[in-house]
Design a protein around this ligand. Sequence first.
Ligand code: ATP
Length: 489
Amino acid sequence: MSAIRRYMKVICAAAMGLALLAVCFAAGGQETASGVQLSSLMGVGALTAGCVASERREKKAKELQAARAPEGAARFADIAGAEEAVEEMRRLADCLRDPERYARAGAHLPRGVLLYGPPGTGKTLLARALAGEAGVAFLQANGSDFVQMYVGVGAKRVRELFKKAREHEKCVVFIDEIDALGKRRGGGEENAEREQTLNALLAEMCGFKQDGKLLVIGATNRPEVLDEALVRPGRFDRRIELGLPDLRAREQILIHHLSRAGADCGAGELPLLTAGFSGAGLESLVNEAAMLAAGENTRIQKEHLERAYLEVLAGKPRWDAKPQGAQLRRVAVHEAGHALACLRFLPEEPVLLASVIPSTKGAGGYVLRRPSEALPTRRSLLGALRAALAGRAAEELCFGAEELSAGAASDLKAAEQLVRRLALDYALEPGLGLMPGRKPDEAALCAILDREYAQALAYLRESRQSLESLSAALAEKGQMDLPAILAAI
Ligand code: ATP
């Protein structure tokens, strides 16, 4: 078919050239004809050659297109604040682009690369960017796609994936959540299907030549559960970590997404306020701000970011559901207790907002603190413990033990987790030993909780006046930021 088309084009070109010649002869006469004749003759040749060349170019373009990443492919410039990881991937992209140069130096592209880190830290994005930069095809699969009920189905899917990859001239195969199929064998848990699927992947990983045409990237949040055979040299032996972004990285990621959204403001205080956020979390925060801005038909401004931050953390305030009467006083006393204990015992995490307005995330009231990036110490953990218990302590002081409510249930859960981390994970409680992960002595943990509750209660008793004035102001205003809280106590 294509041969016929090619001949048709050549014939058309020749006919056009001859027609041109005829026109020139007819119009110009002998003297002028020679010059025009020459260019017309050249035209025939050039057109004919041009057709063949363009045909060749078309063919080449088609071949390249099959192997190239799709339009709008990701780039390394889409990733902010992860320089080390990008640098490593840049080298791999270079090797995929020009494997011969690496081969001359005796180097070859690794078969597999493992990207690991918490969810939303840009593993998928980085893999896509590698394919985009190298200009190669990108095939994506999820580990759970290969976990099947019937023996052999998962293995067949693995083989099909690699077959598809080999159809491209060059290809990056990305397997997200690779732990779903690459979990360590042994311990009696394995079943025949899982084992066959993993074996198929191991076989495929060893079965292709390291000629710079195929690179397999696996991503996981749990590298420690992977089977050793999968991460041995020659398979996923290159490991690249993508951790939660630090302060500087958060700033870069926020600036990146703000500038993409065409915001009218910088990141301001947000990098400080977003410790513990992943890149995806930061992106969705900027998106939330953009939604608020779009609602007002404007670009993102500082106040949109501030509102979006509060909404992401606590949910939207439901002002129409503000409690009334005795219930309002109870919530206000509870939150005022938390706020005062935070100010006193946890200075490294300043209070951002105290609220008695129910939120769309289900909180009746809350106190938001600015998270700290410092490693937890015994003092800071005890401070957080007292702050968590202070809501209940404030209720006990103001309403008496008989009138305590169930409102502290989630605080008690949080306190329990804190005490376990303090005493068991970090071995920071004197007298309880250094052995992490040992069976907890529940009585000792209860004693720590009681002791810290007593501390919170004692402090609030001393600060009764501040507790009353802050709870009254909170009941009236609904929400208070730090300057308003400090002015009220
Ligand atoms: P999971 O482990 O849940 O699969 P992941 O680590 O693969 O998550 P991605 O899906 O790559 O995370 O990230 C989601 C989105 O978060 C990206 O598309 C991007 O918009 C944003 N993002 C994450 N990290 C960064 C970063 N370092 N720079 C810019 N944007 C980022």
